[in-house]
Design a binder for this molecule. Structure first.
Ligand SMILES: Nc1nc2c(ncn2[C@@H]2O[C@H](COP(=O)(O)OP(=O)(O)OP(=O)(O)O)[C@@H](O)[C@H]2O)c(=O)[nH]1
Length: 711
């Protein structure tokens, strides 16, 4: 490349330019490596475009009213030595000369979005900037963070990369969005907040520096002023007798890299198409002859600014290169690892091996999750097996315990059952039968929560399946495999549910079908009787019928034997009457007072169509009912306890444990078949695309590594 003072730092800046190209080629989403660059920051009309054009030495930026710069312009200036044209001027140049008087064979621009096209005509270059800006943002609409990349080759530039950004604005113009100020500020922030960015803060000297929007914003991200260079424009427009000497001396807002004063073309110069070379001459004259600056004129003006920027960028790049190298290496490792996960660059696979290993991984994970040995144990959430335990020991346990056998049954109902269950032999075994009827009814109520428990455990298994389908990487790559896995496993769980619900229903049916009154935990009839009568005595002394003999029914309830008084209706002729009052067709109570009674056999009438019990319970009825309730309570508790114990065991046997043991076989049988293997391993579009992207990144990073290797 070039040598001599003009080429100062070219090599190292070129390295960054090359890196920029390499990364640009793989897209903007990969800006994970921030390259050093100089960003131009300032309010509208502060003179940013003028400074840039002076640095380049050519007119090439769009001008106009409103926000002209609406996309970042990444401007790579590349110094090249002027070469005598050997075979005459290139054809593009001949065409260009007509439009741009300054066109010459040594200076041209190239846009990244128009590869291979050389712009010798800098006016056409300007048109292209306008065209592409409008293409991406609309005519006067908004702004866009998507940069335009322009590279300018010239013997008159120092190798330098500058980013021209939209000017800070306050008022939306035309159909600009209302929040344009915020949009611009956000975009600028994105650029200047990166530590690798050097901020070129442009402020007009004819406005108080404290009000400079550019400097204000720069201080937000660089409060110490370590990476901000101040450019003071419009020095020529300052009132006579005033100057920026205090600012330059760092006495107003100090910046470590200092300030450079410049004089650009005024509006009138632009309108009269004054050439930049003339403008640069005028600038030099201005500083050399101004009383405030002539002693330090070599530190003023655009050429000094350019050299300074070149030096700063070069040093900056030197300083950041080691870090860039490290980042390239880490990124390379990251993308290589991802590529490996995506199945490598060639994406070759032996479908049999893949399916086999996914089945193994899945079933291992499944067992681990069920057994609760999972690595990613979350502290604030139960998972897998722990959730199933919760279903068993909390939900099911409480669901069963909370069933109150008498919540839907009034004492009067019990009395009715007591009577009804006696059938045509009212007194004999009446208690036993009623007890069994009620207990069986209540036992059947346990079926619903038991089946619900099966369903909840099934839901948990489905949940685990969902987790594994997300967790295991191969499913991302092979969506068809994922689908089939899902279908097979869900189908498997469903199949297991049939014997499981049958088993659980049967367990309830077993309990209901045989009531074991000899169960060791069952309260005895005598005990129940004693408890009830004691309770009664305690509640309302003196008990009028405290003699158990009068409540003879009760012991019979349990033992079906001795004390059951078949003559009860003789002793208490009101046995029926005390239990029931008949209601006639018209519903009048007492219409058949003696109905059904054996006392009037000779004049027996047909019973009334509806026979209703009397509302209040007699004392004996109360005792009988209480005894029955106590017995039911005792027995129902035994059954509940057994169900709480057994249902989880049943569900484990036929569902959870069964799945643990046989799921692998099932998956092998369904999926590990030659005829389906290839279909299962069709890759998802995402994987195919992502692999392309990652391969691109890896290639770019490899290239980047090469580029920085020698530095
Ligand atoms: N006299 C004089 N005029 C200047 C100087 N710098 C810029 N101007 C004028 O100020 C106006 C704005 O300059 P630009 O370079 O377009 O400013 P800008 O910051 O790029 O503006 P936007 O792109 O709209 O944000 C133009 O009319 C320039 O001619 C200067 O140093 N002296």
């Amino acid at each position: 490349m070039s040598t001599g003072p003009a080429g100062l730092g070219s090599e190292i800046v070129n390295i960054v330019n090359k890196l920029q190209d390499v990364f640009n080629a793989v897209g903007t989403s990969t800006a994970s490596i921030d390259l050093p660059q100089i960003c131009v920051l300032g309010s509208q009309s502060s003179g940013k475009s003028s400074v840039l054009e002076n640095i380049v030495g050519r007119d090439f930026l769009p001008r106009g009213t409103g926000i002209v710069t609406r996309r970042p312009l990444v401007l790579q200036l590349i110094h090249r030595v002027a070469t005598p044209q050997q075979n005459g001027a290139p054809p593009e140049l001949k065409a260009a000369a007509a439009g741009d008087a300054a066109a010459n064979a040594d200076e041209w621009g190239e846009f990244l979005h128009l590869p291979g096209q050389k712009f010798y005509d800098f006016h056409k270059m300007r048109d292209e900037i306008v065209r592409d800006t409008e293409a991406k943002t609309g005519r006067n609409a908004g702004i866009s963070p998507q940069p335009i990349n322009l590279r300018i080759y010239s013997p008159n530039v120092l190798t330098l990369t500058l980013v021209d950004l939209p000017g800070l604005t306050k008022v939306p113009v035309g159909d600009q969005p209302k929040d344009i100020e915020k949009q611009i500020k956000d975009m600028l922030m994105k650029y200047i907040s990166k530590p690798a960015c050097i901020i070129l803060a442009v402020s007009p000297a004819n406005v108080d520096l404290a009000n400079s929007d550019g400097l204000k914003m720069a201080r937000e991200v660089d409060p110490e002023g370590n990476r901000t260079i101040g450019v003071l424009t419009k020095i020529d427009l300052m009132d006579t007798g005033t100057d920026v000497v205090d600012i330059l001396a760092g006495r107003v807002i100090p910046l470590r890299m200092g300030y450079v004063p410049v004089v650009n073309r005024g509006q009138r110069d632009i309108d009269s198409a004054k050439s930049i070379s003339l403008a640069l001459d005028a600038e030099r004259d201005f500083f050399e002859n101004h009383p405030s600056y002539k002693g330090k004129a070599q530190y003023c003006g655009t050429p000094f600014l350019t050299r300074k920027l070149n030096m700063i960028l070069m040093h900056h790049i030197r300083a950041t290169l080691p870090d860039i190298k490290t980042r390239i290496t880490t990124q390379l490792q990251k993308y290589n690892a991802e590529l490996l996960q995506l199945g490598g660059a060639m994406a070759e696979h032996n479908s049999g091996n893949v399916v086999l290993s996914v089945i193994t991984e899945f079933t291992n994970e499944f067992r681990t999750v069920i057994d609760g040995n999972t690595n990613d144990l979350s502290l604030n959430e139960l998972s897998g097996g722990a959730r199933i335990s919760f279903v068993f020991h909390e939900l099911f346990n409480n669901g069963i315990k909370n069933i109150d056998p008498f919540d839907q049954m009034k004492d009067g109902d019990i009395r009715n059952i007591l009577y009804n269950s006696s059938g045509s032999t009212p007194a004999l075994f009446v208690g036993t039968a009623a007890f069994e009827v009620i207990v069986k009814q209540q036992i059947m109520r346990l079926e619903e929560p038991s089946l619900k428990c099966c369903q909840l455990v099934y839901d948990e298994l489905i949940r685990i399946l969902g987790q594994l389908l997300t967790k295991i990487q191969a499913f991302k790559r092979y969506p068809a495999l994922r689908e089939r896995f899902n279908a097979v496993v869900v189908g498997f769980f469903k199949t297991c549910m049939t014997p499981t619900t049958k088993l659980v229903s049967d367990m309830v049916a077993m309990q209901a079908c045989y009531v074991n009154t000899t169960h060791p935990d069952f309260i005895s009839g005598h005990k129940a009787m004693t408890i009830v009568t004691e309770r009664l005595n305690a509640n309302k002394p003196p008990p009028p019928q405290s003699d158990p003999k009068t409540g003879k029914l009760a012991p019979g309830v349990i033992n079906n034997n001795k004390d059951l008084d078949v003559d009860a209706k003789k002793e208490e002729p009101s046995f029926f009457g005390s239990f029931f009052s008949a209601t006639g067709r018209n519903g009048r109570p007492g219409a058949a007072k003696k109905a059904g009674g054996a006392s009037t056999p000779s004049t027996m009438e047909a019973p009334p169509p509806v026979i209703k019990p009397q509302a209040a319970l007699s004392e004996r009825e109360t005792i009988e009912t209480d005894v029955i309730k106590l017995l039911i309570h005792s027995y129902f508790n035994i059954v509940k306890r057994e169900m709480i114990d057994m249902v989880p065991k049943a569900i484990s046997l036929t569902l959870v444990n069964h799945a643990k043991v046989t799921l692998q076989q099932e998956l092998l049988r369904e999926l590990y078949k030659q005829e389906v293997l290839d279909d299962l391993l069709k890759e998802s579009e995402y994987v195919v695309n992502r692999r392309k992207e990652v391969i691109g990144m890896v290639q770019a990073l490899n290239k980047a590594e090469e580029i920085v290797a020698g530095v």
